[in-house]
Structures are given as structure tokens and as C-alpha cells.
Design a protein around this ligand. Structure first.
Ligand code: SF4
Length: 595
């Protein structure tokens, strides 16, 4: 299919579906857009566009916009082009050989289809859909909800039942598409109807096109992925087997057996980024120290952090306290039960709000965390990136439709449980024990390790440090970390940037007024945070006496305390475990176990 009189221009704006403004030869021209779809992602200001001169004298526009350049390829957006290209292709023997009749536009019941074809006795209805929506090689249809499209698919199912061969042909108006999927997020009914059509024997095909500035010709078949459509059907298959499995296999956990709003909230915050087994002893001890919202709101921060010592991500503890203060001030000390009110509390996002509302109050809302996203990604072979916050929002909405209203809390806990115990994040999932395996797509295709899809992780930055265990007869030097940033407000063994030698350390300590009696190198250690790694060299330094530090220079902010005092008062994070053991000072989780 070829256009005459192609002109190039620069897209300026599109005030409505029919009209656009384009700069042609330095002049702003009003042009007609030959596609009433949105095409928003390609018709962007400054894009190179291609226009044909229209010869209709009754038109107020002289040009029709038919194609757009996106990076290095041209996308044709002319909604009449697919039918014209298909007709040419059919005439050349494309798609079907030996056709005895090709008739464009035919009426079947209440629908008008693009082609009626005959091949001997065989009667074929062919519906053509142009596809211009593309993202990362995946093309989809429609780009806006279309009731007409759903109706056409329904009529094709009917025609198939009445003896016709029925075909839907998606003509991808560009080259290099990896696959076609129905745009389930944009128009769910169309996606579902297409799945139904496929089940009923309607053929669903996609072909890309060779596109130049002035031509468009059907080229190669493109894989059609209808699993995307199954997303919705698959979700509704989950609750029954999942709840049956949960009732028989759920773990007994302290917060589960007495699911008050306060206990559910604290446990969910502790469980973020932390394993259940590690949380258990912390939870009991925390509940002993801060048994209710009031005691948490009034907690001394240093004491609070001491009870959190070793769990990491210390802002969680501070947020708990701040939210407790909010609850005291705004809700009379009662944890609110509405999802929207829970979301207003410090440190509570959609997951925790969903968990508290559903588990403690029986509200029908989902709780979607990384575990749930992973399980659903595998069950549905969902190519969406689970790190994308928009995907989490979409999954929350999807789950909202299938969460059982009589057991929302159990459903959410069952989803978390299966993610933690069966469909595990590291290592092979235990599909043989999984209640979802009968319909899990990843399991069926043995592609469990390929889901969820992940973005390449950014490399962590590496910081080199020298950690000093400085002691005299009774005391050890420690230092408070800044109130903001990594391990904010915690205490640490003094550390210096870079890897230093014994001589350099002796020099620095003597400038700080300390007389070194003995210095002993310790083993190297590494601590990994989410975005950075500390690579550490350590020294055990014996000084004659820890004198009050000089007011300036290294050591000015050190404080000296004996082991017992540190254990009681000063939270030391797990990053220092490799060195704190040399003074019998256990840090992080180890320190916690001992208290
Ligand atoms: Fe995960 Fe396997 Fe279950 Fe699928 S069958 S949800 S991959 S454990």
C-alpha cells in the first residue's frame, strides 16, 4: 500500500481527536489526523510526522497525518491503512491461498465485518484491527475502551458456532514488535471476550508491517499472548484452594493467635524486610515493654531503639512511636478501623493499612506486599515489573475483585504465607506443595525462575572504613551517629574513612589525646545495606586511660561507657558485630538475645 505526495513535518499539538497542528516548511498548518485513537505516547511535540495531501475540496485541511517517527522507526497511524494493506495482501495470496471470493465490508447479524472470504465451500469472516499502541516491543489493543470492538468479537463467536471460519487479524502498524497482548488494563471486557473467542475456535492472529514514509505492507506474524487475558480468570481461581491450604498449614504465630489491631500493626511493621523467625522474640519483648498504644506514644526514643536493636531499618520504630502519638491525639487512643484513616498514620502504607483493616477489623481490602506480588506474577506469568509502584496499585485493584468478603484477613494472611513458605523468593519454589499449582502458568511452563521480572539492580556503593575497638581498663569508646541518614541516632564503635595502618591510627589517637599501649589488627568484615556496602578493617586498641576527649578533631564526639551501661542504654547496630565481640559486647540481634 503506497501513498502519493508524502510531506514531512513536525508535530506541534492535537487539540481534539480529528485535528492537529503541524509545522510544515516553517509554517504552522492545521491538519486532519487519520486516527481517532489517542496515540498520545507517539504524538508528542517535536515528533517527525508524515502527511499526505488530500484532494477533497470540501475539507478545511489540506493534509492528512498518517505516520509518526518514534526513535528509529516509523509507526503508521492511519486507521484506514490496515484494511487497504490487508486487501492487497489477500489479493496477493497472503494469509489464505486459493481464495475464490474477497469481499470487503460484509454485514453479519448486527455487525459489519471488514472482509467476507470464500475458499471453495469454506466461508470466512475476517475482522481487521489496527494496532499502534506499543511499549517495549509489546503491542496491545485497544488504546481506549471500545464497546464496538467487544460486540464484534461476540458476533464472531456466534458466526463460528454457525459454521463460519472466523478470524481476528491485528495489523501492527509498525515493525519489530515482540508480541501482541490485549490491553486488559485499558479494556478488561475486550480482553475477556478475546479469551472467550479463542476458546470457541475464533482464530486470533497478529502481523507486523514493513513501514516507510510512504508505504505500509503486511510483513511477519507476531506471537499472540492471551495469557495476559487469563490474568483475571486466574485470580478468581485462587481463594478457594488457597484458604483450604491455609486452614491446614498455617503457622502458629504470636500475633496471629491474638490479632488485636495494635499487635497486628506492630507485627506487620516488624515483619517488613525481616523474617518471621527473627521477629518472634522481638515481638514478645516489645509487647512486654510497650503493651499498648499509649505506652508506645510515651516511649523514650533511646529505649525504643534499644528494643529494636538488631531488627534494622530503625525509622520503622520511630514511625511507630509517631503514629502512636497521632492515634492518641486524633483517634482518642483507639487504632482507627477505616483503611483511609490507617493510611494517614506515619509509616503505614497500603500494605500495612490493608493488613490491619482486614486481619484485625475484617474489612474487605487486600494487603499486597512483595510476597504477594511474586506469587501472582508467577501464577499469571505476568511480565509487569513488580518494582513499579503502578503495578502494585493495579494488583491491589485486581485483588479487590476476588478477595472473599467473609474471610478477607485469612485470605491476605494466606497469600503472605504462601509467599513466605511455598512460593519462596530465593531458591526454587516448592511447587509440589503448592495449592495453586493446578493453574499456575509459570509452573505449567516450567518458568518459575523467570518470574517475577526484575529490573537490573543498581550496584551498591562501597565504603571502606576502619573500625576501632578502643578500651582502657573499664570502658569502651562509642559514638552517636547523626540524627538523619543511615542508622540514624544509633551508637557505633568509632570508625574512620578508608583503610588505615596501625601507625596512622596511633598518630590520630595521639592527636586526640589518647596514649596507645597496644594495637592489634582484627579480621576484615563486610556489612551489606540496601544501597551500600561497608568494607571494614578493624583494630583492637588498648589505651592507658580514656581521657575526656579533646573538644575538636577526631574523638570530639566520643563517649566512654562500660559494657553493662552500653548493653542497657546504647543501641549498637548489627553492622559492628564482627568487632564488638572483642569486648564481649554483642550488637544487633546477638545483643538482643542475651538481654
Ligand atoms: Fe509459586 Fe510454584 Fe505455586 Fe506457582 S506453583 S505459585 S510457582 S509455588
Amino acid at each position: 500500500m503506497k501513498y502519493d505526495n508524502i510531506t514531512e513535518g513536525k508535530f506541534i499539538e492535537r487539540p481534539n481527536r480529528f485535528i492537529a497542528y503541524v509545522e510544515i516548511n516553517g509554517k504552522k498548518e492545521k491538519v486532519h489526523v487519520k486516527n481517532t485513537g489517542r496515540c498520545r505516547e507517539i504524538l508528542i511535540p517535536g515528533a517527525t510526522v508524515y502527511l499526505v495531501h488530500n484532494s477533497n475540496p470540501t475539507r478545511s485541511t489540506y493534509y492528512d497525518l498518517v505516520a509518526v517517527k518514534k526513535q528509529n522507526r516509523i509507526i503508521n497511524i492511519d486507521s484506514q491503512a490496515p484494511n487497504a494493506a490487508v486487501k492487497e495482501w489477500l489479493c496477493q495470496g497472503g494469509l489464505f491461498s486459493d481464495l475464490t471470493l474477497i469481499r470487503p465490508e460484509t454485514v453479519y447479524k448486527d455487525s459489519r465485518f471488514d472482509f467476507y472470504l470464500e475458499r471453495g465451500e469454506e466461508k470466512i469472516l475476517l475482522e481487521v484491527k489496527g494496532v499502534t499502541l506499543e511499549n517495549n516491543g509489546v503491542v496491545s489493543f485497544p488504546d481506549a475502551p471500545s464497546e464496538r470492538a467487544v460486540k464484534h468479537v461476540g458476533e464472531l463467536i456466534d458466526a463460528r458456532k454457525n459454521g463460519y471460519r472466523a478470524v481476528i487479524l491485528f495489523v501492527i502498524q509498525m515493525k519489530h514488535a515482540r508480541m501482541f497482548m490485549p490491553a486488559g488494563e485499558i479494556h478488561r471486557q475486550f480482553a475477556e471476550k478475546l479469551a472467550e473467542a479463542k476458546k470457541n475456535g475464533v482464530e486470533i492472529l497478529a502481523y507486523d508491517c514493513e513501514i516507510t514514509e510512504d508505504s505500509m505492507n503486511i510483513s511477519e506474524p507476531v506471537p499472540v499472548r492471551l495469557k495476559e487475558i487469563l490474568r483475571f480468570d486466574l485470580l478468581s481461581s485462587i481463594p478457594n484452594p488457597l484458604l483450604r491450604w491455609y486452614d491446614e498449614n498455617r503457622r502458629i504465630l504470636p500475633w496471629r493467635e491474638e490479632p488485636t489491631p495494635y499487635r497486628v500493626w506492630v507485627s506487620e511493621i516488624m515483619l517488613q524486610q525481616t523474617r518471621v523467625e527473627a521477629v518472634k522474640p522481638y515481638f514478645e519483648r516489645f509487647m512486654g515493654a510497650f503493651p499498648d498504644i499509649e505506652s508506645l506514644a510515651g516511649a523514650d526514643e533511646q529505649r525504643l531503639l534499644k528494643y529494636w536493636e538488631g531488627l534494622g531499618y530503625y525509622n520503622r520504630a520511630r514511625n511507630l512511636k509517631n503514629a502512636a502519638i497521632q492515634i492518641m491525639n486524633d483517634y482518642g487512643g483507639e487504632m482507627p478501623d477505616a483503611y483511609s484513616d490507617l493510611m494517614k498514620l506515619k509509616g503505614i502504607g497500603s500494605y500495612t493499612a490493608g493488613a490491619v483493616a482486614s486481619i484485625a477489623y475484617g474489612k474487605c481490602v487486600p494487603a499486597v506486599d512483595g510476597n504477594v506480588l511474586r506469587v501472582l506474577s508467577r501464577v499469571r506469568m505476568d511480565d509487569r515489573l513488580i518494582s513499579d509502584p503502578r503495578v502494585k496499585v493495579a494488583v491491589e485493584q485486581e485483588l479487590q475483585e476476588v478477595i472473599p468478603s467473609d474471610r478477607p484477613g485469612a485470605f491476605n494472611q494466606a497469600m503472605m504465607e504462601i509467599g513466605a513458605c511455598v512460593c519462596i523468593p530465593n531458591g526454587a519454589p516448592l511447587c509440589g506443595k503448592c495449592p495453586l499449582s493446578s493453574f499456575c502458568l509459570a509452573y505449567r511452563e516450567n518458568k518459575m525462575s523467570e518470574y517475577p521480572k526484575k529490573e537490573k539492580k543498581k550496584d551498591r556503593s562501597i565504603e571502606q572504613k576502619t573500625v576501632l575497638v578502643i578500651k582502657d581498663d573499664n570502658r569502651i569508646a562509642i559514638r552517636k551517629r547523626p540524627d538523619k541518614g543511615l542508622l540514624a541516632g544509633m551508637y557505633e564503635l568509632p570508625q574512620l574513612s578508608g583503610f588505615l595502618t596501625s601507625e596512622e591510627i596511633i598518630q590520630i589517637l595521639s592527636e586526640a589525646g589518647l596514649h596507645v599501649i597496644r594495637i592489634q589488627p582484627l579480621e576484615d568484615a563486610k556489612h551489606i545495606f540496601t544501597h551500600k556496602e561497608w568494607h571494614m578493617k578493624g583494630y583492637l586498641v588498648r589505651v592507658d586511660e580514656l581521657e575526656p576527649p579533646f573538644p575538636t578533631g577526631e574523638g570530639k564526639d566520643w563517649l566512654y561507657a562500660d559494657i553493662r551501661e552500653i548493653k542497657e542504654k546504647y543501641p549498637i547496630p548489627a553492622a559492628f558485630t564482627a568487632y564488638s565481640k572483642y569486648v564481649d559486647l554483642k550488637s544487633g540481634m546477638d545483643g538482643y538475645k542475651e538481654v
